[in-house]
Design a protein around this ligand. Structure first.
Ligand SMILES: Cc1cc2nc3c(=O)[nH]c(=O)nc-3n(C[C@H](O)[C@H](O)[C@H](O)COP(=O)(O)OP(=O)(O)OC[C@H]3O[C@@H](n4cnc5c(N)ncnc54)[C@H](O)[C@@H]3O)c2cc1C
Length: 422
């Protein structure tokens, strides 16, 4: 198949991909041929990462043209899904068969394979990241061979969060749960010092809880509480919750923006996939005028980390659209930012000004350094490779895995050189 060379950027538009060739194979055979022939290659998912991790000095390949398979094994509670499918497409098909995924990210337009490659997550004390639902994957490796890895295989825990460095993932098998309903309530204006004694309790106030702050004043601007409809917690009430007041109308997480794109609130129950993301599936932003950074660290340091960030509030606030605090249960995946630790995540949605944002990102990394922050692999960070190596004790094993599947370094790029030293 022939390459095209259309100019491409990531979703945010802050990265213009330099890969000279772009392929969109329509079959597994075509994909295998492209990978086998290329000197350098990388898969592009839906391009929702904010850095150059999906770029390549050679070919870039989209799997969006492969057949959009979704095969549910009801008895086993598993789904085999084509890697290029988005969570939005997958979720509605699962729900029609009365199944669900435990957790979802804030936006449904992200590809399943791209999300799992970076340890993308939602929120909830008991909810692991989206990669933790993977029980098997199929990979086209550097020479065009097909490799299948399943939970329990030696290399599996190393291969799920792979940063695109092991090969082209063509199919994933994900664990399912029975479909469930969720209701969402938004509360406003919680003084930050309430978190000193109640952080864990507030985060436990729903199935999935997100705290929002602009770091401008010492307060949470909003709390989004997503509760299992069957639990009904917190109750639909006009009463304050930890002094936060229930929002009288639907809200957008970014104060001042219209709520029309946000998922339904005000306690109205609805299917899991229409409540767990913050944004509606039918609202499809083609590009975003924002940048994002995020750091995960052990949950027991949450309150100290809030204080550390508050001290940098005057530098953060002028560049910030909104900040979000979430929790993620730990897992066993070698490069997962929640590897072996129940985590709190501090997220920053920035104005689209890379030059101004980068020094503040470095400042945040300094403020959080005492707590061992692990950056979200798909967002903007300046953490040096040495610190990443110190954060991930299985990183040397991951590099062995990359050398095993890709001895000539076809899937290497500037990102892996910078972050992994390969
Ligand atoms: C508006 C917005 C909201 C977001 N919300 C959240 C959130 O709630 N939680 C969160 O954790 N993150 C969030 N993210 C970040 C996002 O989930 C991650 O950056 C994710 O990795 C993007 O997936 P993608 O399909 O766009 O992958 P891309 O950005 O296209 O690629 C990411 C990496 O995966 C590799 N890759 C992709 N597909 C394959 C494949 N099939 N085989 C091999 N390698 C592959 C690429 O080479 C690259 O290295 C958000 C991003 C945006 C823009």
């Amino acid at each position: 198949m022939t390459a095209t060379a259309t100019p491409r950027t990531n979703w945010a538009g802050n990265i213009a991909f330099a890969a000279p060739d772009f392929y969109r194979p329509a079959s597994l055979a075509e994909l295998r041929a492209v990978v086998a022939r290329a000197r350098q290659v990388r898969v592009l998912g839906t391009g929702h990462s904010f850095n150059d991790m999906a770029d390549s000095p050679g070919a870039q390949v989209s799997l969006a043209g492969l057949p959009p398979e979704v095969e549910v094994d009801s008895a086993a509670g598993l789904v085999r899904v084509a890697a290029g499918l988005t969570y939005g497409h997958l979720a509605s098909r699962l729900d029609r068969q009365r199944f669900a995924l435990r957790s979802l990210a804030s936006l449904p337009h992200i590809s399943v394979a791209g999300a799992c490659a970076t340890g993308t997550h939602g929120s909830g004390w008991a909810n692991q990241n989206l990669s933790a639902a993977v029980t098997g994957l199929e990979l086209v490796t550097a020479d065009g061979d097909i490799v299948e890895l399943n939970r329990g295989d030696g290399a599996f825990d190393g291969a799920v969060v792979h940063l695109g460095a092991l090969g082209a993932v063509t199919r994933l098998i994900l664990e399912l749960v029975p479909s469930f309903e969720v209701s969402q309530r938004v509360y406003e204006d919680l003084p930050l010092d309430v978190l000193d004694d109640h952080f864990a309790e507030i985060m436990a106030g729903g199935y999935s809880v997100s705290m929002f702050t602009d770091w401008r004043a010492p307060r949470l601007t909003q709390l989004w509480i997503k509760s299992l409809a069957e639990d009904g917690t917190p109750p639909v009430t006009e009463e304050p919750w930890f002094t936060a007041t229930p929002a009288p109308a639907a809200r957008n997480p970014v104060p001042g923006l219209p709520p029309a794109n946000s998922t339904a609130q005000l306690g109205e129950p609805g299917p899991w996939f229409e409540r767990l993301p913050h944004f509606r599936p039918e609202f499809t932003p083609s590009a975003g005028d924002e940048l994002q950074s995020e750091y995960l660290l052990p949950a027991e340091h949450a309150v100290d980390a809030v204080h550390a960030l508050q001290r940098a509030g005057d530098r953060i606030a002028p560049l910030l659209r909104i900040g979000e605090i979430r929790t993620i249960a730990g897992d066993e995946l070698w490069l997962s930012p929640a590897y072996r630790q129940d985590s709190v995540a501090f997220h920053f949605t920035w104005l689209p000004d890379t030059a101004a944002v980068l020094p503040v990102v470095t400042l945040i990394e300094r403020q959080l350094a005492p707590f061992g922050p692990r950056p979200h692999w798909g967002k903007i960070f300046t953490t040096p490779a040495a610190d990443l190596h110190a954060s991930y004790d299985r990183l040397p094993d991951f590099l062995d895995l990359a050398r095993h599947y890709d001895p000539a370094g076809k899937f290497r790029n500037a990102y892996t050189a910078r972050c992994l030293g390969r």
